[in-house]
Design a protein around this ligand. Sequence first.
Ligand SMILES: Nc1nc2c(ncn2[C@@H]2O[C@H](COP(=O)(O)OP(=O)(O)OP(=O)(O)O)[C@@H](O)[C@H]2O)c(=O)[nH]1
Ligand SMILES: [Mg+2]
Length: 621
Amino acid sequence: MNPRYIRNFSIIAHIDHGKSTLADRLLEVTGTIEKRKMQEQVLDSMELERERGITIKLTPVRMKWTVGGKTGDGQEYMMNLIDTPGHIDFSYEVSRALKAVEGSILLVDATQGVQAQTLTTLNMAREGGLVIVPVVSKIDSPLARTDEVVKELAELLKCSESDVIKVSGKTGEGVSRLLDEIIKRVPSPEEANHWQSELQKEENKKTGISPTVEQFRSLIFDFQYSNHIGVIVYVRVISGSAKRHEKLVFKVAGREFEAIDVGIFTPAETPVTSLSAGEIGYIVTGIKEPGIASVGDTIASVKDTLPPLPGYMTPRPVVWASVYPESQDDLAMLRQALSRLRLSDSSITYEEEASGTLGKGYRCGFLGMLHLEIVTERLRREFNLNLVVTMPTITYEVTLKNGEKKNIYSPSLFPEENDLVSVSEPIVTMKIILPPAYLSGIMKSLYDHEAEIIGTENFGDNRTLLTMLMPLRELMRNFFDEVKSISSGYASISYDITENRIADVVRMDVLVNDEPVPAFARVVSRRRAEQEAVNTVDRLYDIMPRELFSYKIQSVALGRIISSRTISGKRKDAAGTLSGGDITRKMKLREKQKEGRARLKEHGAVIIPQDVFVKMMRSGD
Ligand SMILES: Nc1nc2c(ncn2[C@@H]2O[C@H](COP(=O)(O)OP(=O)(O)OP(=O)(O)O)[C@@H](O)[C@H]2O)c(=O)[nH]1
Ligand SMILES: [Mg+2]
């Protein structure tokens, strides 16, 4: 297709503002999916997406549209849409989608107004140089405050209120106009040409290749794996075209292959004869080993001589947790599952580790708590694995007295106080938007979580935008839930890890029956160390099973035992059942049992049941 008639755009918004529902209506009015085959949020095709009603992965789809319906000039346009997730844990998906398009719909829910994640995604789109099409959704809702929200959005974008398009994903109102406006406002790939870096333009001049006759070059923004056909890469074609059987190369990985097939998303994968400049589609590579395909790599014709396209920043894991198979027999299966999963979620990182009590497993990095939950749930479901997942933690950078610097992402490896010179930790810049009525309520919580407020502004219609710095460690300490409950759900939060700072933290170990349990080790702020130590022991005391012998649960920090409780042994009194008889015989028996229990205690390790690990993780703080 002539790139002049192509429009590539994504939909970005705060979570639940109606992106996928609007996508449904776009698919419907363009006739991409027949009405009778339509289901709600049809692009959310993963089982977990449907169950939870949230989008987890970006989804591309191609549609056709003719401006003004039958009254337009009759020119048909190719509309490539990428739906994105709204939850902050999945903003890596958003950032990748944004590099494949020239414009973006910024959707704001008419019942909610601009929320924290609206601002973050807007920034991402602006940084990418995209044209923003402001849209207010859910105008059909009885709770909609459409006029106020239109005003708010216009102020945010410094545009006129008449530029804001009003739609309903429920009734379809405004959706045809939206498509017309996208064609008008979003530049074609040819016009935008934002991929032609100055460097490449120079190179083109030297080699005399004009952009339109360039070799095939495309950016990988996602991929999938199929047992049957190997890795399928999702690409945005930058120049040239590619057909089935063409010889292509992964520029960064340096691996050549023959395209088994090329195709587009309708939204199902549908083969086409060729993919050309400006289009979005997929290439079946046939490559089955992991580690070759990576998002951000360039797939090009083997004849292409230019350097690879600038790719993506590799996302930095936010939380780490260890994943162990319940049975060590499943270790190989777990390894395979992780490497498979990485082929549909490139943001997971993992490496093997061993823990005394749990055997061997993997230390995994995730982009947030929801990401952790989704990945472990997928491991359980898609690979039928029974897993133990340890308490999530973050990364600390430590400087040791011997001058060594280390990244510690497992608390059990956190150095002793005596060996440390300094520790630094990730700090997030956070935005919270909330009605001012909740401001005083939230202040205590902000203080408690070591927040440093750096900006307060009145925002839109009677709301306040707070900007602050906070240690990531404190954010993970149930901060979201706290804010949600203080504000009765009216506050929205968005954050970015922006810097590292010196941290005043200490390591806390938990001993069960005098044995340290690495999975329970934690790094806590010094000022909260005592409290945390007591809480942890109390919590474990409530959920650990009783044994035949008594044993202690202790927490140790700063080189001393801070809290200790004893779980008393179950009494199995054989003597009690002896009726009558002489008392000395009973005493003798009891004495013997006591000795037996002591021996048990010496040899019998306390087995910590899996559900204790799960409960400890769930209870968070
Ligand atoms: N009344 C009304 N409800 C809507 C409309 N659009 C979406 N909803 C409802 O809002 C909720 C969220 O809709 P989704 O389309 O899943 O929102 P989303 O932005 O895709 O959510 P994430 O992808 O998880 O960020 C669902 O319960 C929808 O039924 C609308 O136009 N009107
Ligand atoms: Mg969605």
